[in-house]
Ligand binder design. Sequence first.
Ligand SMILES: [Zn+2]
Length: 372
Amino acid sequence: MTQPATLPRLPDLLEADVVDLTRVLCDIPSVSGDEGPLADAIEAALAPVPHLEVLRDGDAVVARTHLGRSRRAVVAGHIDTVPVAGNLPSELRVVDGQEVLWGRGSVDMLGGVAVALHLAARLTAPAWDVTWVFYDHEEVAADLNGLGRLAERHPDWLAADFAVLGEPSNAGIEGGCNGTIQVVVTTTGRAAHTGRAWRGENAIHAAAPVLARLAEYEARAVDVDGLVYREGLSAVGITGGIATNVVPDRCEVRVNYRFAPSRSLEEAEAHVREVFAGFDVTVVDGAPGARPGLDRPGVPDFIAAVSRVTGGSPAPKYGWTDVSRFAALGVPAVNFGPGDPSLAHADDEHCPTDQIRACAAALEAWLTEGAP
Ligand SMILES: [Zn+2]
């Protein structure tokens, strides 16, 4: 007979230190698709908390207050990780004189999840009503994303005035994100033998003005809700030609435009078509950006409280994250979590323990200030 596996349990959330809690979360394996035991442990730890209503969908756990506050915040994080690379169990180490938690998930993003769990249990009467969201399948194909599933099945669970996503941001506020659109600019000609090149029309030569427009293009820096987003228009691929003795009759230049969140996807497309006016432009793919919403009611209080604890000021986010899913629901969102994003998914993934404590202290300051 095989022994039943012991079910992982979380420590008492009111007693546990937030860094110790992060270690426990890291040491419960939760690679995408296998988040079940961690989701069960989170649900079991939150279910007895009297001030929270706990909901479950698949391996997503949602816990929320009902205090009748005028504003509701979502604090969200994904509980899955990328595959382990010999970097578990987690351990405390000293790197460059700084204590760090070393191991898979320490950065992306179980530190942020630990901060949320720690506060969900402790803040019995926060200044905002809070919905704490712990979701699955972030590190895999977008159609499996647990936050996307909640948005589809239970949009009311995500309804809020503002959302904080605990993705690693070095404990700084990173607002919104740029949008992205991929297009192909095609030039055509007439094929011929290169021995009689005058009989053909060279499609690669015809692409020269396309490249010239890219080289001359001056990308904008755009202020959106008080943050400056830098744009970029880049050729990311070029193809043409079928043989060394044939004048090519077709050339494709693949272009990626990263655009500030003040522009819609449709406006971004129109802009790219204007830049390449006179050429054949086909849109391949695109995703809108997300406004940071830092000027929305109540959000300046969040910024002020966090800045007092961390000493930092908000910066724009350039990469695409799940804040865009909140933006699509009409909820402004920021990234705010411990860890250096460039160490996410790395074999030497590690997070300064000071940042985990700072994020917990900052969110606690925000949610307790002004509470009745
Ligand atoms: Zn992540």
